[in-house]
Design a protein around this ligand. Structure first.
Ligand code: ADP
Ligand code: MG
Length: 435
């Protein structure tokens, strides 16, 4: 972290500052178990109970903030202001974390890069990521999530991104936003926040977003069919993908360390942002081989007797369900395709029909066995015409019992549902435990 003196911390973050073992801070944490010497421990929520522990662990100081979000934002804003790094922010209805991970991997061989860990994308995770900027950091790759209007704008006010990536617009958090137009409006706050001369990376075919792309003092890089960066071909083999793209008029062939078509799409957005950072397109292959996706996103786990499980239970929405089912079809080859799908949360009034649509997508993907879990998941069953074996279970526990009966040697199994469903319990129960 770009160091700040305690006096500077006091100026940008209001609250009670308890001194520990230092005059300046060289890191910020909200987890007392992760305190390193020189850190500022910020007590968020029940964190106040761990202030003594943090100081004993070597924290330079502890802050008991008046408003934790405001304090973290104040410190992060200060660090960002002192950094000469180029900042990229990634938002979108789905694929934020994966695109962020791919972009970070592309940048690392060429620039000292700090990227958000996992899915750190809110009023806590974003400032904590900015507080990892070092004096010599050249690129920061941030993720921005939102559940309502104004939230991206607030995160941008702290991060001041130079490049903004919008991965996709879709029916996510509809319960709170009401309509897809509103989702587009909320994501477009990132475009509005760019400085003159900044670059917005946006999908080439996204009519909902177009009304918000009116600024003439920034550049737009479009990805996807017909865009500045487009996919020419995709071939997966042995957990790797050979991807040919046309990027700003030149052909590139890249080998990526993932094997899902949807991540090839994400790579297009990442390549556009990489180019916006001034990094050499001709050398993008160096980082492509080292992409490390965050956990629970299409992670492959062996099953007993030669089966394979795709653990994609980090989250689910209509866009990501459709993509994951297509991936199941491709990955399974001639093995049985088993889809274990839990409820999709926060879809508002249209929830039932979105679930039916995903059921239909399972049918189109040639799913052989559909196991739907949770009250809303009944909609999958209704939509899944033509799927040979369809079962429904009210809970994860009942779902696990059903799965044990359905599984056959060699099956390829996708497990996916909203975070709140906790489907990872199923993965843990059926996967081969590594020796
Ligand atoms: N380009 C894409 N289009 C549709 N679904 C996608 C795409 N990329 C990833 N996904 C699906 O979305 C899931 C979540 O991806 P992630 O990158 O964690 O998104 P977010 O950070 O926006 O929640 C993935 O595991 C995959 O199932
Ligand atoms: Mg995420």
């Amino acid at each position: 972290m770009i160091p700040l003196s305690l006096e500077e911390v006091g100026r940008v973050a209001s609250g009670e500052l308890r001194r520990g073992s230092g005059e300046e801070i060289t890191g910020v944490t909200i987890d007392s178990r992760r305190v390193e010497p020189g850190d500022l421990f910020v007590a968020v929520g029940r964190g106040v109970e761990f202030v003594d522990e943090a100081l004993a662990a070597g924290a330079a100081a502890a802050l008991l903030p008046v408003d934790a979000f405001a304090a973290l934002a104040g410190i992060a804003r200060e660090v960002r202001g002192r950094s000469s790094a180029k900042v990229v922010a990634v938002t979108g209805s789905t694929a934020k974390t994966s695109t962020k991970d791919i972009l970070a991997a592309l940048c690392r061989p060429h620039a000292r890069t700090v990227a958000a860990e996992g899915s750190q994308n809110n009023e806590i995770g974003l400032p904590l990521t900015l507080c990892r900027l070092e004096p010599d950091t050249e690129v920061a790759v941030l993720e921005m999530g939102m559940r309502g209007l104004g939230q991206i704008a607030e995160l941008c006010e702290v991060a001041r991104p130079d490049v903004g990536v919008i991965t996709s617009i879709g029916p996510v958090h509809l319960e709170l936003l009401g309509s897809i137009e509103r989702v587009a409006q909320a994501k477009a706050e990132l475009v509005a926040a760019l400085p003159p001369g900044g670059v917005a990376v946006v999908p080439a075919a996204q009519p909902d977003l177009e009304p918000f792309l009116t600024r003439e003092d920034i550049e737009y890089y479009r990805f996807g069919e017909g865009g500045d960066v487009a996919l020419s071909s995709y071939a997966a083999q042995d957990g790797r993908a050979r991807v040919k793209v046309s990027a700003f008029g030149r052909p590139l062939t890249l080998e990526f360390s993932f094997s899902s078509r949807y991540n090839a799409t994400n790579a297009l957005a990442a390549l556009a942002a990489y180019h916006a950072l001034g990094l050499p397109l001709g050398k993008a292959g160096r980082g492509a081989r080292h992409v490390q996706l965050s956990k629970l996103r299409g992670e492959e786990v062996p099953l007993p007797e030669g089966g394979l499980l795709i653990n994609d239970c980090y989250n689910a929405n209509p866009l990501s369900m459709a993509a994951a089912l297509e991936h199941l079809a491709e990955r399974a080859g001639d093995h049985r395709r088993v889809a274990v799908l839990g409820d999709m949360a926060e879809l508002g009034a249209g929830a039932a029909s979105y679930h039916r649509e995903v059921g239909a997508a399972a049918s189109r993907a040639g799913v052989d066995v559909l196991l739907a879990i949770g009250p809303l998941a009944r909609g999958y069953v209704e939509g899944a015409r033509g799927v040979p074996v369809v079962r429904w279970a009210p809970s994860v526990e009942a779902g696990l019992a059903a799965l044990r009966q359905l599984l056959q040697p060699g099956d390829c199994v996708l497990v996916k549902g909203s975070r709140s469903m906790g489907l990872e319990a199923i993965v843990e129960a059926v996967a081969v435990v590594p020796a």
